[in-house]
Design a protein around this ligand. Structure first.
Ligand code: GLC
Length: 431
């Protein structure tokens, strides 16, 4: 693996205290991108890894939410920018910065723990702990009906924007006439690789509904047509709680450690008891508006392995399902099923971040051979095509933008800890 090029991609994408995902498509700070980037930088450039997380948490809202995008630089001409979200700069606690009005999967908590375990920097731990706790509290207070599973209210918040899993709830509502100019596919040749206008109209309509209701969570819970318990988000919420427990214990705060260990167990059990689809052999998300499961074969349904959620019987069922995901030249496609499109975004292509999560999850379940396949395929895609945003599982061809930060970062992470047990970070791999 070409670690020098990976580092140079990250350095070129670095701004003042954070790293943009891609210079051509995403010129601000994104929530879970920064978390994966920090994981990759933990060994290569620990000071930058710590700054990445600190800067992201500096955009935290007063209510605890860590937003999906922090607009640290001028967003003139970007869609959807601050004018579209209309969040303002007075919701944040640490810095006056414009943000989007939604969050992303809470990967920042395990990432912060990982950076702490690599660096041993107690000042960093103490600086991030209150923000991480506020974020986990926010999930439970604002985003859970039952104190067990958490929900999101925008496909962008899942990190897997146009996954076929979301078609059901999106079909149910009429976005009306929404006029806007898309910024995400300036080049025509990207049109086949990015979400369709049908999806995009609905993303924009949900943003406009959010701002009309002034981002009031209680009102949006009632009014939004899209309220989903996403299994990937919930799996990372379990990891977030486990990580918060570990950091709290390390800081000698036993009562917080116990509280978050118990919460992790509660959410893990709820995933296993209520979100496993026995017929399909994987976890499936749940539509809280229609009160029905969203039974898609999405890679999101494999990520609860990372939370240790499947029982042994459930994991046996998952092995057959894994075969259907592995039945491609390059594992792991983001979706397998009738709506698969191997070139389009989250409808089939392989992404390095979900591969990383699944690889870690398979290791947690003791499925070393399957995990090794995921790692090898990921590294060979990077070797072949460079640090692309995503890849065709059939041909391996690189898709989306180039010099994509989390692809570079995770190649460093795989290079740095890989399968070497001695250096394996307990923060992400096991508990
Ligand atoms: C897209 C991806 C999302 C990512 C963002 C920035 O919206 O779907 O997961 O965080 O781009 O890279």
């Amino acid at each position: 693996m070409d670690t020098d090029t990976a580092r140079s991609v990250l350095e070129a994408n670095r701004r003042d205290g954070y790293t943009i995902p891609s210079a051509t498509l995403y010129p601000f700070q994104w929530n879970w991108d920064s978390a994966f980037i920090a994981v990759g930088l933990a060994h290569a450039d620990p000071a930058a890894a710590k700054r990445e997380i600190r800067t992201l948490l500096d955009a935290r809202w007063e209510n605890g939410m860590v937003p999906q995008i922090a607009f640290w630089s001028d967003a003139e001409g970007y869609f959807p920018g601050p004018d579209e979200w209309r969040v303002g700069t007075d919701r944040t606690v640490h810095a006056a910065v414009e943000t989007s009005g939604i969050t992303q999967p809470p990967m920042v908590v395990p990432a912060a723990r990982y950076v702490y375990e690599v660096t041993g920097d107690e000042a960093f731990r103490d600086s991030v702990l209150p923000d991480l706790r506020a974020y986990c509290e926010w999930w439970l207070r604002e985003r859970s009906d039952d104190g067990e599973l958490v929900w999101i209210r925008h496909p962008w918040a899942t990190g897997m924007d146009d996954s076929p899993a979301w078609v059901g709830p999106l079909e149910r509502f009429d976005p009306g006439e929404v006029s806007y100019v898309r910024e995400d596919r300036k080049d025509d040749d990207l049109a086949d690789q990015r979400p369709t206008d049908w999806d995009y109209d609905r993303y924009v309509a949900l943003v406009r509904q959010g701002r009309e209701l002034d981002w009031d969570e209680a009102r949006l819970r009632e009014a939004s047509p899209f309220v989903v318990e996403d299994v990937l988000t919930n799996a990372l919420f379990v990891r977030a709680c486990e990580s918060l427990a570990a950091l709290s214990a390390d800081a000698s705060d036993e009562s917080e450690a116990t509280r978050w260990r118990e919460q992790a167990e509660t959410t893990r059990r709820a995933l296993s008891d209520r979100r496993f689809d026995d017929e399909r052999g994987l976890f499936v998300s749940y539509d809280l508006v229609a009160d029905e499961p969203l039974p898609a074969r999405s890679i999101a349904g494999l990520v609860p392995t990372l939370a240790g959620a499947p029982t042994p019987d459930q994991f046996d069922r998952m092995r057959e399902t894994l075969d259907s995901f592995f039945d491609y030249d390059y594992a792991v496609p983001s979706y397998v099923g009738p709506e698969m499109d191997t070139d389009r975004y989250w409808r089939g292509p392989v992404w390095l971040n979900t591969n990383w999560l699944v690889e870690r999850g398979l290791r947690r379940m003791g499925a070393e051979t399957a995990a090794a396949r995921v790692r090898e395929d990921s590294l060979s895609l990077l070797e072949r095509e460079g640090f692309r945003e995503y890849f065709s599982p059939e041909t391996g061809a690189g898709r989306g933008s180039d010099r994509f930060s989390w692809s570079a970062a995770l190649s460093l992470a795989w290079d740095g800890d890989g399968t070497d047990e001695g250096r394996m970070p307990i923060g992400l791999g096991r508990d």
